[in-house]
Design a protein around this ligand. Structure first.
Ligand code: SF4
Length: 346
């Protein structure tokens, strides 16, 4: 269990508990909680194992366990009361809690920590590459255990390593969240490049939007180093979307009902800005956004206040331009195009 690393929750309400993996500590804590009914939610990558995990927890805890059909993208979209009305405890796999998101029931976050990855071997690979020595580190939650050992191994090879604490949406220092890279932003002025430690392209891409520094990435299990992402190309594509929406008269403002994706005050403020510029702006409420829900609407463009990655990663799937709030202000002429600002979800 890794409760000790979690800062105290600033919000009153149901409790968040944190576990490293699915195993005896989780089962013992669940038995102690004496749940009436558990709802289990898994990320898309674990759907194949979800039914076996459901049975495993049911057998170990001897309590009813229902599986949420909807996978989670983050700790922001756990099952609502309506999705699991009889469950008094949730088990959410693959994510750290987001400390400033209020929970609807006691929730056990299982971060699926990965014990693998040899810090000396990783540091040797990094030292052999043309990576600047003043280096910021950012980790996926699964690999946060490498923060100390990898920092030490890099320092021993002449690197000046930094990582930041970030804001209240991050549970841990050096943590990456797809909508919040404030742990990196906190040290960006002190480093020449960043290294993301984890798997996949999701976080390196988000980090490249958020910081004006080269972003390298290493898969710590395969010891595979990826060269920096072309930030200029990423931002160039977003500025094309801004240009395509600049003359939009009728805007849709996308607002999610998920607890950790709802930015109603931002949406209202954006609606005010649109109207101040003589544009129509209609709120559209949803939970998980499906591009098909936007088809056939008499709207010219959208600004998305839910997960920022919807616009950045999935924009081409939508029938009309979908901008982030900072991009929307660019389209209205209220913000300059440079420097590009990532839609950090605080
Ligand atoms: S808002 Fe998006 S990026 Fe942030 S935690 Fe949720 S799914 Fe991940």
């Amino acid at each position: 269990m890794v409760d000790a690393a979690l800062p105290s929750r600033p919000l009153a309400g149901p409790e968040a508990r944190v576990f490293a993996t699915v195993g005896p500590e989780l089962f013992a804590a669940l038995r102690t909680a004496r749940p009436e009914r558990i709802v289990l939610q898994v990320p898309a990558g674990l759907v194949r194992n979800a039914h076996a995990l459901t049975a495993q927890i049911r057998d170990a805890v001897t309590a009813p366990v229902v599986l949420a059909t909807r996978p989670c993208f983050g700790a922001c979209d756990f099952p609502s009361r309506d999705e699991a009305p009889r469950a008094d405890v949730a088990v959410v796999l693959g994510h750290a809690p987001i400390p400033n998101v209020p929970l609807v029931r006691t929730t056990f976050f299982v971060e699926m920590r990965e014990a693998g990855g040899d810090p000396e071997r990783i540091a040797a690979s990094i030292a052999a590459a043309p990576i600047p020595r003043r280096l910021g580190l950012v980790f996926s939650v699964q690999h946060l255990g490498l923060t100390g050992p990898l920092s030490a191994a890099l320092a021993a090879r002449g690197f000046d390593v930094r990582f930041g604490r970030g804001d209240r949406r991050l549970a841990y220092a050096a943590q990456a969240l797809g909508c919040n890279y404030t742990s990196a932003e906190a040290v960006a002025s002190e480093v020449e490049a960043f290294l993301f430690v984890g798997t996949g392209r999701f976080h390196p891409l988000g980090l490249a939007f958020a910081v004006d520094r080269p972003v390298w990435a290493i898969d710590p299990l395969q010891n595979r180093l990826e060269p920096p992402i072309d930030r200029a190309a990423l931002i160039g594509r977003r500025l094309l979307a801004v240009a395509a929406a600049r003359d939009a008269r009728r805007w849709g403002i996308l607002v999610s009902t998920f607890a950790g994706q709802n930015r109603t005050p931002t949406a209202l403020a954006l609606q005010g800005r649109a109207r101040a510029h003589g544009r129509d702006a209609e709120m559209l409420l949803f939970d998980r956004l499906d591009p098909r829900d936007l088809e056939g609407r008499d709207l010219d463009a959208y600004v998305n206040t839910a997960c920022p990655r919807i616009a950045l990663d999935d924009g081409p799937n939508f029938p009309k331009p979908v901008l982030t709030p900072p991009e929307f202000l660019m389209a209205l002429g209220e913000r300059p195009l440079e420097p590009y600002r990532f839609d950090t979800y605080h």
